[in-house]
Design a protein around this ligand. Structure first.
Ligand SMILES: [Zn+2]
Length: 210
C-alpha cells in the first residue's frame, strides 16, 4: 500500500512526459514462423494445400530463443497487452513500483481507434493511481487508423443503405476519390491537433468534401 502511495505522490510531480512507444502484440516470433513454414512445406511436398485444420494441429515449438510476447491472437492481443503495458510503466517486472527515473504516467495515448486497448490502458492506470490520475490520460487516435476507418465507413454505409448503390452513387472509384481528399485534409490538420481554429477549418473542409 505504501508503494501505491509513493506512486500517487510521484504522479502528482510529473510534469515532463517523454513519448514512449509500446509494441507488444506479437503472437509468433520469426523462429515460430519458420517452424510453421517447415511443416507447411512438408504438406505441400505431399502434393496438397495446407488447410485450417492442418495449421491448428501444427506445433510452434522450435530450438533457440522464442521472441513471442503474447499467446493471444494478433487481433485481440493489444487489448490485453495495453493493460499490461500500463502496469509495467508503473511497476517493474517484480511488481515493485518503479523509481522516479523510470516510472511513467501516460497522458497522451496515441493508438488505434478501432480497439478497446487504449481505453483499457487508461482504465488500468486510473485503477492503480486512483483519483490523482483523473483526467490526466487521453486517447488520441493515430492518423493511419483515422484514415483507414473513414475509408471503411464509406463501404459499410454503401452496404447498409441501398440508396448509395448504383453507377451514379458510391462506386469504388468515387469512394477512392472522396477518400483521397479526406486524407489530404486530415493529414493537414494532424500537426495542429488541439488547436481550435485549425480544427474548425478541418471540419469545414470535410463538410465541403462530403
Ligand atoms: Zn518463437
Amino acid at each position: 500500500m505504501n508503494a501505491i502511495n509513493d506512486l500517487r505522490l510521484l504522479s502528482k510531480n510529473i510534469s515532463v512526459l517523454n513519448p514512449c512507444y509500446n509494441k507488444s502484440n506479437q503472437n509468433k516470433c520469426i523462429n515460430c514462423t519458420l517452424a510453421l513454414f517447415r511443416q507447411c512445406r512438408t504438406v505441400w511436398h505431399g502434393g496438397r494445400d495446407v488447410t485450417i485444420e492442418d495449421l491448428a494441429a501444427m506445433s510452434l515449438d522450435h530450438p533457440g530463443r522464442c521472441y513471442c510476447t503474447s499467446n493471444y491472437s494478433s487481433a485481440s492481443a493489444e487489448e490485453f497487452q495495453a493493460t499490461k503495458a500500463a502496469e509495467r510503466l508503473l511497476f517493474d517486472k517484480n511488481g515493485m513500483p518503479r523509481s522516479a527515473d523510470t516510472c511513467t504516467v501516460m497522458s497522451q495515448v496515441i493508438a488505434d481507434n478501432d480497439t478497446r486497448g487504449p481505453k483499457n490502458a487508461i482504465k488500468r492506470q486510473n485503477s492503480i493511481l486512483g483519483n490523482v490520475a483523473d483526467g490526466i490520460a487521453e486517447h488520441f487516435p493515430d492518423l493511419g487508423h483515422v484514415i483507414k476507418n473513414s475509408s471503411n465507413e464509406f463501404f459499410t454505409t454503401r452496404d447498409k443503405d441501398p440508396s448509395f448503390k448504383g453507377k451514379q452513387c458510391l462506386t469504388n472509384e468515387k469512394i477512392k476519390s472522396i477518400h483521397s481528399d479526406i486524407s489530404h485534409t486530415k493529414k493537414g490538420y494532424c500537426d495542429y491537433v488541439g488547436m481550435e481554429n485549425e480544427r474548425t477549418k478541418c471540419f469545414r473542409q470535410l463538410n465541403c468534401i462530403v
